[in-house]
Design a protein around this ligand. Structure first.
Ligand code: FAD
Length: 484
């Protein structure tokens, strides 16, 4: 059953405890800091009901309409459908948002693949994962990801410092487990629930650690406190900050102050092997929508840079074309990895269809690691005017207006207003506080760089290069005996 934007908003008015800039937020759906991004997510819900979008955004399952983006993939076409739905959505809202549900739901599909492993060790929770995957789909739930603890001093075990530095089970009751600790979570304050699982740390050699817990936590549950970073929305006018004012995805330190998680929402508990398993496979699906977002960011870089070069006539220069071609190679590199990951998709242990793992993970590294350089090329192509241009208000006020119109009008096609708009867009994409934040988001929000590389190492089949070199170099069979 698909929800409407209004039903989603109503679900957020559950008395949840949210703080921002020292203020207690009474209604997250109408607060200046959150309203634009809540509206962007609500738009996704509403589009699923509109005649023009419904065929792209939804599919039918046993007589019920469900979200294409939340569908567990079993065929290649499901991945193409997801891509089309996301394309439709991002074009509709006119920007890039990442944490709107489809990019996090895949973490549960990874755990579904591992339910055999979970059942071997503790069969109590085996059915919970399947039920939750169906629930997200059937109730159209906005689900986010809770991985990263504050962690404290990494050289110490969590038990040897304030134990809350990492989320742990403080107590068991008949009703469920009691959680304490905190996690950094993008979008938590305006989501329905999060899939919480451990950061692997200094406790992972223990057999039955209280830190080895995976579960669903409702974002409005008693004891859940959302301590949000300051938002970019509302800081400047929408005319001057066209991206920050509409698409800032507020991140939250979510504190769990003795939160009761019912047993039916627990996936694993005191289960170190399960914790290691989920960390190893976490992004096997969700790396796809994450990397796909960066394709759209690359399009924004190319679009901003080329419009600027056309405005100023610089696109005629070979040297400028070469820089644009560098941006295109980056963009097409992401595109190629994603297309190939679907074309070479692999059957998962649970019977789902995973994008080809080493192609997908290599694509994520390509997209994330090269983004800083690509942003710099686009910034350089846009020229210094992105950081020296006055704000929109000066373009309409008598006095500065005449001068600004004179200096920002380029020719008959490019009037000052369009020049100003493009420069404001490029500033918000490349130079603003929000632009810096987005760059950090891409580098970290789905694990840091070393973890991305570790995923490539673990997914790649090294036997091909090893065999090739063994034959080419004439190595003896004895070298095989040294395999780990
Ligand atoms: C904008 C933003 C949004 C985020 N959203 C979410 C979210 O929704 N959900 C969530 O769970 N988390 C989220 N995170 C947290 C993110 O996953 C963490 O920032 C990330 O896991 C790194 O943890 P840390 O920040 O504590 O850095 P640290 O653990 O302090 O690491 C800092 C750096 O030290 C180095 N380093 C640390 N450990 C190792 C190692 N073992 N091997 C090699 N190098 C190492 C790396 O260079 C690393 O980048 C978000 C982060 C940001 C910035």
């Amino acid at each position: 059953m698909i929800r409407t934007g209004e039903q989603y908003r109503a679900g957020l008015r559950d008395g949840r405890e949210i703080w921002i800039d020292g203020e207690r937020v009474r209604d997250v759906t109408s607060h200046t800091a959150f309203r634009p991004i809540v509206d962007a997510k609500a738009r996704m819900y509403d589009m699923a009901h509109e005649a023009a979008s419904k065929p792209v955004m939804t599919f039918e399952k046993a007589g019920e309409t469900c979200s294409t983006l939340l569908r567990p993939p079993t065929e290649q076409e499901h991945w193409h459908e997801k891509w089309r739905a996301l394309d439709h959505y991002l074009n509709d809202i006119g920007g890039v948002v990442t944490r709107v549900g489809d990019e996090t739901v895949g973490e549960m599909w990874s755990l579904f693949d591992g339910r055999g492993v979970l059942n071997q060790i503790d069969p109590r929770f085996g059915d919970n994962i399947e039920r939750h995957i169906s629930r997200v789909l059937e109730d159209d739930i906005f689900h986010v990801s809770a991985n990263t603890d504050p962690k404290g001093d990494r050289s110490k075990r969590p038990q040897d410092q304030d134990p809350d530095m990492m989320v742990h089970v403080a107590k068991e009751t008949d009703a469920g487990i009691i959680l304490r600790g905190a996690k950094y979570e993008t979008a938590a304050s305006y989501a329905d629930q999060a899939f919480l699982k451990p950061t692997i740390g200094a406790w992972s050699d223990e057999q039955l650690s209280n830190y080895a817990v995976g579960c669903i936590v409702r974002m409005g549950a008693p004891g859940v406190k959302h301590l949000c970073r300051s938002s970019f929305a509302g800081r400047g006018s929408a005319a001057d900050y066209p991206l920050a004012s509409r698409f800032d995805e507020v991140d939250t330190l979510v504190v769990f102050d003795n939160v009761l998680v019912p047993w039916e929402d627990v996936f694993f508990y005191r289960h170190t092997r399960a914790a290691a398993y989920i960390r190893g496979t976490l992004h096997r699906y969700s790396a796809f929508p994450y990397t796909l977002r960066i394709l759209y960011s690359a399009d924004m870089l190319i679009g901003a840079a080329l419009w600027n070069a056309r405005q100023t006539g610089l696109d005629k220069l070979q040297a400028v074309r070469e820089k644009l071609a560098d941006l295109v190679c980056y963009r097409e590199g992401i595109n190629a990895h994603l297309i190939a990951a679907i074309a070479q998709a692999q059957r998962s242990p649970g019977g789902l269809l995973m994008p080809h793992q080493s192609l997908l993970y290599a694509g994520r590294v390509h997209a994330c690691a090269n983004l800083p350089q690509m942003m710099h090329i686009a910034r350089e192509l846009c020229g210094g005017q992105i950081c020296v241009t006055p704000n929109a208000a000066s373009f309409t006020e008598d006095g500065p207006r005449e001068w600004l119109e004179k200096f920002y009008t380029l020719n008959d096609n490019w009037a000052a207003d369009d020049r100003r708009k493009l420069l404001a867009f490029a500033r918000d994409l490349l130079n603003s506080d929000y632009a810096g934040h987005r760059l950090t988001f891409v580098q970290f929000a789905q694990a840091p760089h070393f973890n991305h590389l570790n995923a490539v190492y673990n997914a790649f089949d090294f036997s091909g290069p090893l065999d090739f070199v063994k034959r080419a170099a004439g190595l003896s069979d004895r070298v095989e005996e040294q395999q780990p």
